[in-house]
Design a protein around this ligand. Structure first.
Ligand SMILES: [Zn+2]
Length: 154
């Protein structure tokens, strides 16, 4: 069966232009899948980024009881550089994250300021690891509200 994709494709898909601008890491939460795509669209990056999704986003990579998620993230980051020459990693964690509550506890959600600090601490730790293991890659830290509003923590 021959299927046609409904989503728009990058204008130039030949192999010489097989490059992406960024890799996005975000949470699997269904409430924000569309908001993340919309956000990337507003930045002019639609069709120009790779995307890896793990519960909790950066929180999921750094969760010590899920070492496979950590390994999976690093493998995908390395592959995105090799295959698509990505220049930046965009970490998009979000508020009211169930995975965050599971990994960190109520500190992650009871107090908005504490929630922000918790995400910032975890994303900064991951960004430091990325700068060490994948030098030359820019890293952006973003916390998204459930309505799609973003706060840059970079
Ligand atoms: Zn989440």
């Amino acid at each position: 069966m021959n299927l046609r994709l409904a989503h728009p494709q990058p204008a130039d898909t030949n192999s010489s232009a097989h490059q992406a601008e960024a890799l996005v890491l975000s949470c699997m939460d269904f409430r924000l899948i569309g908001a993340v795509a919309d956000y990337m669209d507003t930045r002019g990056l639609a069709g120009r980024y790779d995307h890896i999704i793990l519960a909790g986003g950066a929180m999921g990579v750094m969760a010590k009881d899920h070492p496979d998620w950590d390994r999976t993230f690093w493998q995908h980051l390395s592959l995105a550089r090799k295959l698509h020459g990505i220049k930046r990693l965009i970490l998009i964690d979000h508020r009211d994250c169930g995975a965050c509550k599971m990994f960190v506890g109520p500190d992650c959600a009871d107090d908005p300021d504490g929630e922000l600090v918790t995400h910032m601490r975890v994303m900064e730790a991951l960004a430091d690891d990325v700068r060490t293991r994948e030098p030359g890659l820019e890293v952006e830290l973003i916390l998204m509200d459930l309505d799609g509003t973003v706060t840059s923590l970079s």
